[in-house]
Design a protein around this ligand. Structure first.
Ligand code: AMP
Length: 513
């Protein structure tokens, strides 16, 4: 299928967008340039962070998702794709059957050589993205979404370069990620993909020195992959100019907003070119994300949903919930490791809630002779990166993690997830257990549930029932009440919040500055 890759056509479309957006972005523009709005939101954010630090909690909930298992080998994934938006039924947008259907040049398709065919999100996204359409993708990590937006981004840049004949590379594509680890993962994919066609990427994130990032930016880059806090700093320092960014991607948009990055995201987007093509990927579609899309996108963007917009526990995960005393957890963890990790070669991920807890559990396991690494916010970024890569490459397949490290990361073959501490929300529970049972494989999630968590018992019972899992009697003893039944799956936690509702005061932590 041939796509419209004509730079002039893309420019025309851009001109129309520019007018529509001028109005919208005016308000946000004020935000970055030392306005009161920034000062206010910064104050609020700092306050929120402070509360979180005092509580000792790590940033937010876990990460990965849901029903969408991931890779294209999973036929069920194809059946669950829905496409909507203006002219989306048009035949020129029909899903690609093969990479070659895209009409893209060889040097761009090199990065797809190792795959037999496009994944559902790639097959459905590329025709729209290559045609310059604004795009919302509801798809989980593991669905191939990085190349889903990455390949069209490369093509966009190559077309722009051809049309504008600018010698020096300038940022033309921006990818915003909520966490440093996800940003690095995206950068790895885009650096590799850009190699064969001469597109340069840089990854900027907090927790590490700005110098090398500034040098890379100065030496000329086409794609900036960034976490919001660090990028905002670099913009304010005048070393990152986004005015030529005409392809902007928000990855894990729901997570980004959950983490309290909304002011930064708005401020950053307002610095990009007003005729930009806007792409948003999100695992779920809460109203805050919807609102952001309405504000920064065409009125009727294309929306492709792979799987479900609701967060549902992956049915390939066997969920075992054990109600026990908090003090009994250490001993129980030792015996579970004997059971699940006796080979010491399979990947086991132990989730805890607090940074200090992560360090304590890691030390405790090491003293017991287990080789373990941990990823949490008290660690320097290079130590976090190192631990994660030891876990990923299998050199240390036992990892203790707070929720900060887990979102969006593509870690293959996690066999068992152990929830040593129950998360703060049911949604986080569903994300955590979704780290296993991916790509069509089966997984086990073993969860400790204590009396202190009893307020979430009702929702957990619903999750277990929905997934056809055993509901222990000891859990139902806490009651199966959920405050207000709003979600067809779990209850009140998943309530859609009205646009005019007061802002939540969820504790947030800045992972990126
Ligand atoms: P992502 O959702 O972008 O994090 O990708 C998850 C995994 O899917 C990565 O390991 C990719 O290498 C892999 N992947 C990406 N595209 C495809 C494809 N078309 N077929 C099979 N695997 C893919």
């Amino acid at each position: 299928m041939g796509q419209s890759l004509d730079p002039a056509a893309m420019e025309n479309q851009g001109e129309k967008k520019r007018k529509k957006r001028k109005k919208k972005s005016k308000k946000s523009e004020e935000t970055l340039s030392n306005g009161h709005a920034v000062a206010e939101s910064e104050k609020k954010k700092k306050k929120k962070r402070k509360i979180g630090e005092e509580n000792g909690a790590e940033n937010d909930g876990a990460e990965i998702k849901t029903k969408t298992k991931g890779l294209i080998e999973d036929d069920a994934l194809w059946k669950g794709v829905s496409v909507s938006g203006k002219n989306s039924e048009d035949s020129r947008y029909s899903a690609l059957q093969a990479f070659s259907d895209s009409g893209l040049p060889e040097n761009v398709l090199v990065c797809c050589k190792k795959f037999s065919k496009p994944s559902p999100i790639q097959a459905n996204a590329w025709p729209f993205l290559l045609d310059g359409r604004d795009f919302v993708g509801i798809a989980a990590t593991g669905s191939g979404k990085t190349l889903g937006f990455g390949v069209p981004a490369l093509m966009h840049i190559l077309n722009k370069k051809k049309a504008e004949k600018l010698k020096k590379a300038v940022p033309r594509c921006l990818v915003l990620s909520p966490t440093r680890e996800l940003a690095q993962q995206i950068a790895d994919v885009l650096l590799d993909a850009g190699n064969s066609c001469g597109v340069k990427s840089v990854c900027v994130y907090g927790g590490t020195s700005k110098g090398p990032q500034i040098s890379s930016l100065k030496s000329g880059v086409d794609i900036v992959i960034a976490t919001p806090g660090r990028l905002k700093d670099l913009i304010e320092m005048g070393v990152c100019d986004l005015k030529n960014v005409s392809f902007a991607v928000l990855d894990e948009a729901d997570r980004m907003l959950d983490m309290g990055f909304e002011p930064e995201v708005r401020a950053i987007l307002s610095q990009t070119n007003s005729c930009r093509q806007m792409v948003m990927f999100s695992a779920t579609w809460p109203s805050a994300v919807h609102q952001l899309a309405q504000e920064f996108m065409d009125p009727d963007p294309v929306k492709v949903v792979v799987g479900s917009e609701d967060l549902a526990a992956n049915h390939d995960v066997m969920q075992i919930v054990e109600v026990l005393d908090e003090q009994a957890r250490d001993q129980r963890l030792f015996s579970l490791l004997e059971k699940y990790h006796s080979s010491k070669s399979n990947r086991v991920l132990v989730f805890v809630l607090y940074k200090k807890e992560a360090a304590r559990v890691e030390t405790m396991l090491q003293r017991r002779g287990w080789k373990a690494v941990s990823v949490h916010g008290d660690k320097a970024q290079n130590a976090r990166t190192e631990a994660l890569s030891l876990f990923k490459n299998g050199k240390c397949p036992l990892m203790i993690a707070t929720d900060v490290a887990s979102r969006g990361l593509d870690i293959p073959d996690v066999e068992v997830v152990i929830n040593y501490s129950y998360p703060l929300t049911t949604e986080d529970y569903v994300h955590r257990i979704g780290r296993t049972g991916r790509a069509g494989k089966k997984g086990v999630a073993h969860t400790f549930f204590t009396r202190e968590n009893r307020g979430l018992a009702g929702e957990l019972v619903n999750v277990l029932r929905e997934a056809g899992q055993i509901v222990p009697e000891s859990l139902t003893k806490f009651g199966t009440h959920v405050k207000k039944k709003e979600s067809k799956l779990y209850g009140a936690h998943f309530r859609e919040i009205g646009m005019d509702a007061p802002k939540s005061t969820k504790i947030t932590f800045d992972d990126s500055d």
